[in-house]
Design a protein around this ligand. Structure first.
Ligand SMILES: *Cc1c(COP(=O)(O)O)cnc(C)c1O
Length: 391
C-alpha cells in the first residue's frame, strides 16, 4: 500500500529574489501596505479601524458569511465587536445580498466580503450596501490573489495572508492594505503596534526546505497519518497578538512572480468533469465566473486555490472524498460545517446552524480538489475517472 498523496492545497515557499528593488504591487494605485504577523491579524486591524470610525458605539457589529474560516470570528471578537453571520446565496460561496441589507443596524461598523478559493465576493453590490448605510467594506482576499478591489479601490481595506494553504506561501505573515483616503486616520493605531523582525538566515532557510519537502507526495501522505499534527482539520484559535512584521527581503516579490507565472488548471478540470454537470453536480468556479461576467464584474485573475464542486448530496460527496483519497488525491470537504457548528465558535456567536440553511447545505455538499502548481494532467484525469465512475 502506498502513502503517496497529492496534497489538497498549498504552494511551495519561494526563495527570496536578490536585488529586486521595490515591488510594483498591483494595489499600489489605491492602497498603502502594512505587513503584519498573519492574515487574521490584518483582518482584526481592519475591524479595529472600522470600529474607531464610529467610536461612540457601545456594541459594534461586523457582518460576515455563515460559512467560512473560523479566523473571521477570531478577528472580530478580538476587537470587542460582535460577529453577525449571514446565510449564503443558494449554491454559491457568496452572501445572500438581501440578508446582508436586512442585517445592517445602527450598530454595524463594517461588512467583510470574503473571497472563496480564488472566486471573489460581489464587491460592487456590497459597496452599494455599505455606502447606503455608511459602513466600512473590508475585502478578505486571503484566498484570492490579486484582490478584486486592487484595480478599482472598491473596498476600504484589503486583507492578504501569506500562510500555509494560501495563494502565496511565505511561511506566514499577512498584509492590511489601507485605501489611501484612510491612511492618515489610521496612523496612530499603526504607530502603536509592536514590530517583529524576520531574517532569511540559516534557520529560515532550513524551515523553508523542510516545509517544501513535506509538501511532496510521499511525505504529505505520511504526515497526514500522524494524528497529533491535525492536518486538514478546522479548529478555532483566538487571535493572540497583532505585530508589524515585514517579509524577508525579496520574498514577497518572488511569491507574486511565482503566482503570476503559475498555470491555471481550472479550465482543464471543468473540461474533464463536464459530464458531472448533467448528473446534478455543480461546477462552482465556471458558474460563478460566468455569473460575474454577466453582471459586468471582471476578476483580476481566475487562478483557483482549489477546484470546488458541489455534489448532489452529502452521501455522494462523502463517498467521492473517500475514493479520491484512496486514489492518492487530497480531496477535501474544506471547513466541513457552517461557522456556528464549528467547535469553539458556537459559544461565541449567538446563532444556531439551522438559521443558515444554505450555508449548511453548501458545507455538506462541497468537495475541493487540488489545483496547486504540482497538479498535472494525469491527476485531473484520475479525478475525472473516479468521479465519473461512481456517479
Ligand atoms: C486563512 C484565512 C484567514 C487567516 O489568515 P492567517 O494568515 O492564516 O491568519 C482569514 N480569512 C480567510 C478567508 C482565510 O482563508
Amino acid at each position: 500500500m502506498s502513502f503517496s498523496k497529492l496534497r489538497p492545497v498549498g504552494g511551495r515557499v519561494p526563495l527570496p529574489k536578490a536585488n529586486c528593488g521595490v515591488l510594483a504591487a498591483p494595489w499600489a494605485g489605491y492602497y498603502d501596505s502594512v505587513f503584519v504577523n498573519s492574515g487574521t491579524a490584518a483582518l482584526s486591524l481592519a475591524v479595529k479601524l472600522s470600529v474607531n470610525c464610529r467610536h461612540t458605539l457601545q456594541s459594534p457589529e461586523v457582518i460576515l458569511p455563515a460559512y467560512g474560516c473560523p479566523d473571521l470570528v477570531a478577528a472580530v471578537i478580538a476587537q470587542g465587536a460582535r460577529p453577525v453571520l449571514i446565510d449564503l446565496a443558494e449554491g454559491r460561496p457568496w452572501m445572500n445580498l438581501e440578508a446582508v441589507e436586512n442585517a445592517v443596524t445602527g450598530n454595524t461598523v463594517g461588512i467583510i466580503a470574503v473571497g472563496f478559493l480564488g472566486i471573489p465576493e460581489r464587491l460592487f453590490a456590497l459597496r452599494r450596501i455599505a455606502d447606503k448605510n455608511d459602513v466600512v467594506l473590508i475585502e478578505d482576499s486571503a484566498q484570492v490573489f490579486p484582490p478584486f478591489s486592487c484595480g478599482n479601490g472598491l473596498a476600504d481595506y484589503l486583507v492578504l495572508s501569506f500562510g500555509r494553504g494560501k495563494p502565496i506561501n511565505l511561511i506566514g505573515g499577512g498584509a492590511l492594505l489601507i485605501r489611501k483616503d484612510h491612511v492618515q486616520q489610521s496612523a496612530s493605531v499603526l504607530a502603536a503596534l509592536p514590530e517583529v523582525q524576520v531574517s532569511a538566515g540559516a534557520a529560515w532557510r532550513f524551515k523553508r526546505w523542510l516545509i517544501n519537502l513535506l509538501l511532496t507526495r510521499p511525505l504529505y501522505g505520511l504526515m497526514e497519518r500522524i494524528p497529533f499534527l491535525g492536518i486538514g482539520q478546522t479548529v478555532f484559535h483566538p487571535l493572540a497578538s497583532i505585530n508589524r512584521q515585514t517579509p524577508v527581503e525579496g520574498l514577497l516579490e518572488a511569491g507574486v512572480q511565482g503566482y503570476n507565472n503559475r498555470k491555471d488548471n481550472g479550465a482543464a478540470y471543468s473540461e474533464a468533469l463536464l459530464e458531472l454537470t448533467g448528473k446534478d453536480w455543480v461546477q462552482l468556479a465556471p458558474e460563478c465566473f460566468e455569473e460575474m461576467t454577466r453582471e459586468g464584474l471582471v476578476p483580476a485573475s481566475s487562478n483557483l486555490l482549489r477546484y470546488p464542486l458541489l455534489a448532489p448530496s452529502r452521501q455522494i460527496r462523502d463517498k467521492a472524498l473517500l475514493e479520491l483519497n484512496r486514489g492518492g488525491i487530497g480531496a477535501s470537504a474544506f471547513y466541513g460545517q457552517a461557522l456556528p457548528a464549528i467547535d469553539g465558535v458556537s459559544e461565541l456567536v449567538a446563532f444556531t446552524p439551522s438559521a443558515f440553511p444554505c450555508a449548511c447545505d453548501f458545507a455538506e455538499r462541497l468537495i475541493t480538489l487540488p489545483a496547486h502548481q504540482d497538479v498535472c494532467l494525469e491527476d485531473i484525469q484520475c479525478v475525472a475517472g473516479i468521479l465519473l465512475g461512481q456517479s
